[in-house]
Design a protein around this ligand. Structure first.
Ligand SMILES: *Cc1c(COP(=O)(O)O)cnc(C)c1O
Length: 380
């Protein structure tokens, strides 16, 4: 089976884990510190503006808590978002208000965001679909002018930039994921960025039971009298990262430039080979100054053929999928929005395999199978 995505973990990651085991400290400690510092450098922000977490989902939930978003507040987000984004909003008692997207990039335009703003809007939450930055710079400027918070789910865009600025750092809070399906894998893990370092300080406490003194491997505070006493400043939980995961993530972060380069080659090969396949539309080109992470590769097919093409490819050992199912259609969010551009994109888009282990010959296999499926299914 050719997977649509898969991690590439190897000997270096195993060696890093072995070193953590040998150190007898597997909790949050020196490796987490080092990973946070390296990630801050990667996205070009001071160290005090980021903190690791156990997941990106936790970063999204924390964003609501840290910005004080709750009952009576609306948060605008594209309907083609990941389920964790809408859950973070709804779980805090706020209302997710879904906006439409550009059907080609599947990112919301500034106009799409504006059209969904209500008097109760307190924040906008975007992702960068498949790694395409989209109009994030314009959306950030708009949010600042209207005193709206901007939260960026940067799980798709760990290496994406606009004019050199990392996606995830345009707004008030950014969130990244290091789960099994992402480009930088820490087995599991998340990162939060906040423009205001005080929010990160609060996040660190909430992520460790709300204790005023953060627990780590440092011995210093243990020399105090009665070091077992605690002070609870908020009713926090336990959503910190550990050193085993951080060690894996740090090795992967070092490999990120080569991962991006490989995925760029895959993307260019797909684009070239699919250019003349009738009925197949390849992803739009990047605007000047935009850098992609190449997290997804997708094609758009004529109305009514996508599902059948996916089935045929699956029968030939090629796994494809669609991301992200329109959330305004999901019953739990109780939306009555009609978002025709997103609905159309959601019916015709198919994500093709892209990952670091995918070879040129795998790409050729996928393209040959797609060409054959289109010839059979797409009558024109
Ligand atoms: C993977 C993903 C998440 C969730 O990340 P976890 O670390 O698994 O919680 C959130 N948003 C987007 C866009 C994602 O791709």
């Amino acid at each position: 089976m050719i997977n649509v995505s898969q991690p590439s973990l190897g000997a270096e990651e195993l060696k890093a884990v072995q070193e953590v085991f040998a150190s007898n400290w597997i909790g949050k400690g020196a490796r987490v510190d080092a990973f946070e510092a390296a990630f801050a450098e990667h996205i070009g922000v001071p160290r005090e503006n980021v903190a690791t977490l156990n997941t990106c989902t936790e970063a999204l939930f924390l964003s609501m808590q840290l910005l004080g978003i709750g009952p009576g507040d609306d948060v605008v987000l594209p309907t083609l978002s990941f389920v964790a984004q809408a859950n973070a909003i709804a779980a805090h008692g706020a209302r997710p208000v879904f906006c439409d997207v550009d059907p080609r990039t599947q990112n919301p335009t500034l106009e799409d965001v504006k059209a969904a703003i209500t008097p109760a809007t307190k924040a906008v939450m975007v992702l960068h679909f498949g790694g395409h930055p989209g109009e994030v710079a314009q959306i950030a400027e708009f949010c600042r002018s209207r005193n709206l918070f901007l939260i960026e789910d940067s799980a798709n865009s760990v290496a994406s930039r606009v004019d050199g600025q990392a996606c995830g750092t345009f707004g008030d809070i950014g969130a990244w994921s290091f789960d099994y399906a992402k480009m930088v894998v820490a087995v599991d893990g998340g990162m939060i960025y906040a423009r205001d370092p005080e929010l990160i300080e609060r996040a660190r406490k909430i992520a460790f039971f709300g204790l005023e003194q953060e627990s780590n491997s440092s011995q210093a505070e243990r020399h105090a009298n009665r070091w077992w006493d605690i002070e609870v400043g908020s009713f926090g939980r336990r959503t910190i990262m550990n050193d085993v995961h951080a060690a894996v993530g740090h090795v992967q972060l070092g490999k990120l430039p080569s991962f991006v380069a490989h995925r760029k080659q895959i993307t260019e090969r797909y684009n070239a080979l699919l250019a003349d396949v009738p009925g197949v539309v390849t992803p739009p080109p990047l605007p000047p100054g935009h850098e992609n992470s190449y997290y997804f590769y997708w094609v758009q097919l004529p109305e009514g053929v996508r599902d059948q093409v996916a089935k045929e490819l699956y029968a030939r050992g090629i796994y494809t999928t669609y991301r992200y199912t329109p959330l305004h259609k999901v019953k739990a969010y109780d939306s009555d929005a009609s978002l025709p551009k997103a609905e159309q994109a959601a019916e015709c888009t198919l994500n093709l395999p892209i990952h670091q282990a995918l070879t040129e010959s795998d790409v050729d296999t996928v393209v040959t199978a797609l060409r054959a499926a289109m010839r059979r299914i797409h009558v024109h």
